[in-house]
Design a protein around this ligand. Sequence first.
Ligand SMILES: [Zn+2]
Length: 253
Amino acid sequence: MRVAEYGEADKLVTFYGADLGRVTGIAKGAKKSKQRFVNKLEEFSLLRIFYRPPRSPAGLLLISEAELLAAHLSLRTDFRRYAAAMYLGELIVRFTRDHDPDRRLYLLLAWALAALDQGKMPHQIVLFAHLHLLETVGYRPELSRCSACHQPVRAQHRYIFLPGSGALVCSACSSDRSSHALHLSVQTIRLLASAQSFELDRLQRLHFPRHALAEAMAALHHFSLHLLQQDIHSWRLLRSLMSDRPLRHNASA
Ligand SMILES: [Zn+2]
């Protein structure tokens, strides 16, 4: 997930492994060794890693070799996909601890990176991954009813998402009329609820219109900010790339 230079010759690599969870390893000589590591220890790539365990529980893995399974090259060359992968990587790092493997999280990350590499809608992939990530770590947003009056979500009603609890409140129960409130349309709520219930391989059947995508992403982002109690730095870049239309017009002119 993350690669950093370390000293003159080495690289520090943070990755999420199916059996290891989030771990950081050191690849000795990675900056010099063309054979063992070149073009492999890159961000967002899928690797088979050969390693020796750390000498102490808090120590670094010693990465001896890496085999490239999927480079996901477009995540490092396409700016929107890059921003999406950065945001997802940051969420995974913040919501996990070292040496605490969860196979569902590994599968979710592998699915999302592959989908981002192939797909045309990086923001929507990130939204799906964010929603399923929250569920996996135990914070499934409650999207079926108003958390105050407990009435199921109904058409013709208006709803606000509460980032402090990950729940909805209907306009009849809420006194918050401020522009800072996270309004969710009923269409957005229904799409999110479908995305929650779908398995990963069915998610791409859903399509979020632009306004639904924007308000859903903002809701999950603010929920995560509240849960993590710290900034998620790559959000600004990701959000600024939501409206890609002007860029495309320039490119085709
Ligand atoms: Zn209510």
